[in-house]
Design a protein around this ligand. Structure first.
Ligand code: F6P
Length: 467
């Protein structure tokens, strides 16, 4: 198949001058071909599925994709045409959902769940959804929960037995009942534990680093000839996993962030020349900042990692802020934590997940605003609001609760059918299976030429660039 454009690759690099610079990284569907989308299996599904009772008479429709059908990767005519191939050869994804045949025999199947990385609203919903789907619809009652991330697969701590009772009301709570941690572990040691405990299905809930770890587990099991299905449920409040419409917990997180924006606006508009500055999570992707700003529709400026900006000069951010305060009497600025990293020298520090430790843009902006207004002889009161972890430690809202449950159901269907080294996600409104390699091979970012950023520019009235 034609590969007409190279894949645009991952985020950031260190420049010769020691500064952390942004690189465009959204994966380009035109660079993807059928082999990138193939889903691995631990074996052929030959057993009749208990879900058959719900599948009779189902055929692909606007509301359902049959297991023999495929979901197209591209959703515009131009991009489909650009592949220059027959319609049946267009890059496409395996649909999620129950299959008529499964690989694992439910009474002889043992599942396990692990949650890794930072918190995200809905983790407990996914855990509960997995446990109940396995038990109630497939008859798999042996479900273990590893504690504290991948660490729990190697440190000898006994896993939690996840029964109906244990998960009864966990979906009403934030966090994860299993605990979580950052950092990978030796795949051989993790697979040894899984083999010793007789685990056949492993559900891994985590971000890109975690999912790479899940891939290594699947590969190690494969090398040992172990029939272990490893299925991921991508987790990131930053919404930065590619080929997924939206990640679970994201809606809850940006909705919670709007409360901080409201507070900042109240403060800013109650004082002469007030500026409310709100810093929100978003390491390399500014989705939370954009969506929270749009949901509030009260924000004057949004600064995100994908759109570098200059502070000084007549076309810089500080001059634009002074003009806005002069015309409206106050202003609200939302900044994603990863924005403006080009303004700092980067020391190369990374966290346990291998993520770059970012410099703190919030205080820098606040200090530069104060200095700039003072130099211009203009009064200014800055109210700095950093909700930090508050936006991700809350329980899932209704929308995310539904999404988490449906992702969990799709993950169980995939694992029982013997799929492995994959994640479940929703793409163009359809539940799909995505190889882990594709989900971790690039990063979803706000496209400075895309319609989300356009909406932000329309809503805020800020210039397209501060340069
Ligand atoms: O990766 C998601 C995220 O929420 C980022 O936006 C943020 O930088 C990071 O987690 C912080 O998490 P922690 O302090 O737990 O490493």
């Amino acid at each position: 198949m034609l590969r007409s454009r190279p894949s645009r690759q991952i985020t950031q690099a260190k420049h010769g001058d020691g500064k952390l610079v942004r690189m465009v990284s959204t994966a380009d569907p035109l660079s993807i071909d059928a082999s990138d989308l193939r889903i691995r299996r631990v074996g052929e599904p030959t057993l009749s599925s208990p879900m058959v009772r719900l599948l009779r008479g189902r055929a692909s429709s606007p509301h359902y994709v049959h297991e023999s059908d495929r979901v197209l990767l591209d959703d515009t005519v131009e991009s489909a045409v650009a592949h220059q191939c027959a319609v049946g050869d267009l890059p496409s994804m395996e649909p999620g959902g129950p299959r008529e045949h499964i690989y694992f025999d439910p009474p002889r199947t043992r599942a396990a769940i692990v949650t890794c990385g930072g918190l995200c609203p809905g983790l407990n919903n996914v855990i509960r959804g997995l446990v109940l789907e396995l038990a109630d619809n497939y008859g798999v009652t042996e479900v273990l929960g590893f504690r504290d991330g991948f660490r729990g697969l190697v440190d000898g701590s006994p896993p939690l037995r996840l029964s109906h009772d244990v998960v009864a009301d966990i979906h009403n709570r934030g966090g994860t009942i299993l605990g979580t941690s950052r950092g990978g572990q030796d795949p051989a040691a993790m697979v040894a534990t899984l083999e010793r405990l007789g685990v056949n299905l492993l559900f891994v809930i985590g971000g890109d680093g975690t999912l790479r770890g899940a891939q290594r587990i699947a590969d190690e099991a494969d090398e040992r000839g172990l029939a272990l299905s490893v299925v991921g449920v991508p987790k990131t409040i930053d919404n930065d996993i590619p080929f997924i419409d939206q990640s679970f917990g994201f809606q809850t997180a940006f909705t919670r962030a709007t409360e901080s924006i409201k507070s900042a606006l109240t403060e800013a508009s109650s004082t002469p020349n007030g500026v409310g500055l709100v810093k929100l999570m978003g390491r390399h992707s500014g989705f939370i900042a954009c969506y929270a700003a749009l949901a509030s529709h009260d924000v004057d400026f949004v600064l995100i990692p994908e759109v570098p900006f200059l502070l000084d000069g007549p076309a810089g951010f500080l001059a634009a802020l002074r003009r806005r305060v002069a015309s409206r009497g106050h202003a609200v600025v939302v900044v994603a934590e990863g924005a403006g990293q080009e303004l700092f020298a980067y020391d190369g520090a990374v966290d346990a997940s291998g993520n770059a430790r970012l410099a703190d843009i919030g205080p820098l902006l606040r200090d530069r605003m104060v200095a700039d207004f003072a130099a211009a002889g203009t009064e200014l009161t800055v109210r700095y609001v950093d909700p930090g972890y508050a936006i991700r430690s809350v329980p899932a809202n209704g929308w995310d609760a539904v999404y988490c449950l449906r992702l969990a159901q799709a993950a169980v269907h995939a694992a029982m059918a013997g799929r492995t080294a994959m994640v479940v996600g929703r793409w163009h409104g359809r539940f799909v299976h995505l190889p882990i390699a594709l989900a971790t091979g690039s990063r979803n970012q706000v496209d400075p030429d895309g319609d989300l950023w356009m909406s932000v520019l329309e809503a805020t009235g800020q210039p397209a660039r501060f340069s």
